[in-house]
Design a protein around this ligand. Structure first.
Ligand code: HEM
Length: 469
């Protein structure tokens, strides 16, 4: 039994941090050619073992909780942002219960009611955004999508009362808190840097806003069944298996998590979709035609009637996965089946479904954005592929080369919402605008990997023209 090979590096302590950080997917793919599917690389004095391919995704995403731990890796970064007692700052069994509690806003019935709210938010944004005034102009899609997705998620997942507070002050707090997601914070989250001080101040203030709403509701003596339901009311009524209700501070932290958790992936996917549509106006026109038979106001059933729109989202999440690295800490020696390798406890392991998405053996011309590749392709799941960790059946993703939402115990709970949100946002935009690139050529900005999530390099500006001037 032996250790996986280690990627060569010139600099002793920094190791491969710079090449990995500059373009993680390219780094992993190049080294796969040299070292195979399993190899280790060095960053700031510690080693991470990468295991690529379907077997690697399975090994890491479906590992046993006694072998692999997510909290130890993610907590330093996430806890100062999300807060104590939730997500990675509690035993995984408790987080599983929290994932179940927030499903309230993600059920089929909830998603059905979200579509109109999302459409209304996008229409209001179009009316009020200075960069969308007039018959034509240019717009920075990264900025616009970040704004649109915070409003739509705010209105649907957080509720009308919280949405009404999404004004300038809230936006500033959101921004300062979000800036806490810096790669450096994996290593030294409590360093006395100005951005960390702003992060901590913003966290305390935002928690205060939620706790004030909760106190006011309790003081009114109002009861859940008499009020317009929303996520806060839902969490105020939830009880852990041991009979304990969720504390108010924890409720506030769960609300913060919900607001920030899916934000980057959603806004990055939205921005990439608009960039691709600007580069492929033929597909945008097809999307416009796809909507011709639908009513003036979008509704949930319409999403089923937009197969190309769904394929556009699906293809964008394939080619532009914003989460390139999924990591766990090894807790006991793990033999890698079918190989001579053993991975030692204390080692971080990394899976990358994003790299599998770019593998030519599963996707022909993998670097080409082609939503029509999904016309004839179905990723089927059988009963054996599903497993229930306490928050509903999720895919183990064992055989699929396409896992934009991860798999297993830590799988995303936001998939249904992400589709409804992105399809409704893009459908509303396509109904109102034609898009093109600045120079009319099908070139897109490169990917920026310097934050934790891969996004289009800013500014990512496209041209727009109103369809009904
Ligand atoms: C987990 C992707 C939207 C909430 C994950 C994971 C991925 C992912 C890959 C697995 C992480 C891991 O195994 O370490 C995405 C993408 C999204 C999206 C691509 C949008 C396009 C959302 C939304 C929400 C959300 C909208 C909230 C409603 C979560 C939560 C987890 C998760 C709570 C579980 C983390 C855990 O158990 O450790 N997501 N996500 N995501 N996501 Fe999402």
């Amino acid at each position: 039994k032996s250790e996986p090979p280690t990627v060569f590096h010139w600099f002793p302590f920094i190791g491969n941090a710079i090449s990995y950080g500059t373009d993680p997917c390219d780094f992993m793919i190049k080294n796969r050619k040299k070292y195979g599917d399993i190899y280790s690389f060095t960053m700031f004095g510690s080693k991470t073992t990468v295991y690529l391919g379907i077997a690697g995704n399975e090994f890491i995403l479906n590992g046993k909780i006694s072998d692999l731990n997510a909290e130890e890796i993610y907590a330093p970064l996430c806890t100062p942002v999300f807060g104590s007692g939730v997500v990675y700052d509690c035993p995984n069994a408790k987080f599983m219960e929290q994932k179940k509690f927030v499903k309230f806003g993600l059920t089929q019935t909830a998603l059905e009611s979200h579509v109109r709210l999302i459409e209304a938010e996008v229409l209001a944004y179009i009316k009020t955004s200075p960069s969308l005034k007039g018959p034509r102009g240019t717009v920075d899609v990264s900025t616009s999508m970040a704004q649109i997705t915070i409003f739509t998620a705010g209105r649907t997942l957080q509720g009308a009362e919280v949405r009404s507070k999404l004004t300038n002050e809230f936006a500033k707090l959101y921004h300062d808190l979000d800036n806490g997601f810096q790669p450096i914070n994996f290593l030294i989250p409590w360093a006395p840097l100005p951005q960390n001080r702003r992060r901590d101040r913003a966290h305390t203030k935002m928690r205060g806003i939620y706790m004030d709403i909760i106190s006011a509701r309790r003081a009114r003596g109002a009861r859940l069944e008499e009020e317009e339901p929303d996520m806060l009311w839902n969490l105020m009524g939830c009880v852990y298996k041991d009979g304990e209700p969720i504390g108010d501070k924890e409720i506030a932290h769960m609300m913060i998590t919900l607001l920030l958790g899916g934000q980057h992936s959603s806004s990055s996917a939205g921005a990439w979709i608009l960039l691709h549509l600007a580069a492929r106006p033929d597909i945008a026109d097809e999307l416009f035609r796809e909507q011709q038979g639908l009513g003036e106001e979008l509704e949930y059933a319409d999403i089923e009637r937009m197969p190309l729109m769904q394929a556009v989202v699906k293809e964008t999440l394939r080619l532009r996965s914003s989460i390139h690295s999924i990591m766990r800490m090894v807790k006991s020696p793990m033999s890698v089946p079918g190989t001579e390798f053993v991975i030692k406890p204390g080692r971080a392991v990394l899976a990358s479904p994003a790299v599998t998405h770019l593998d030519g053996s599963y996707f022909a011309n993998p670097y080409v954005w082609d939503p029509h590749r999904w016309d004839s392709r179905v990723e089927t799941e059988t009963e054996e592929d599903l497993v229930d960790y306490g928050y509903g059946a999720v895919s183990k993703g064992t055989r699929s080369p396409y896992l934009p939402f991860g798999g297993g115990r830590h799988r995303c709970i936001g998939e249904g919402f992400a589709y409804v949100n992105l399809c409704t946002i893009v459908a509303t935009l396509v109904r109102n605008f034609r898009f093109s690139t600045l120079d009319g050529k099908p070139t897109l900005p490169p990917t920026d990997y310097t934050s934790l999530f891969s996004m289009p390099t800013r500014p990512a500006v496209i041209r727009w023209e109103g369809r009904f001037p």
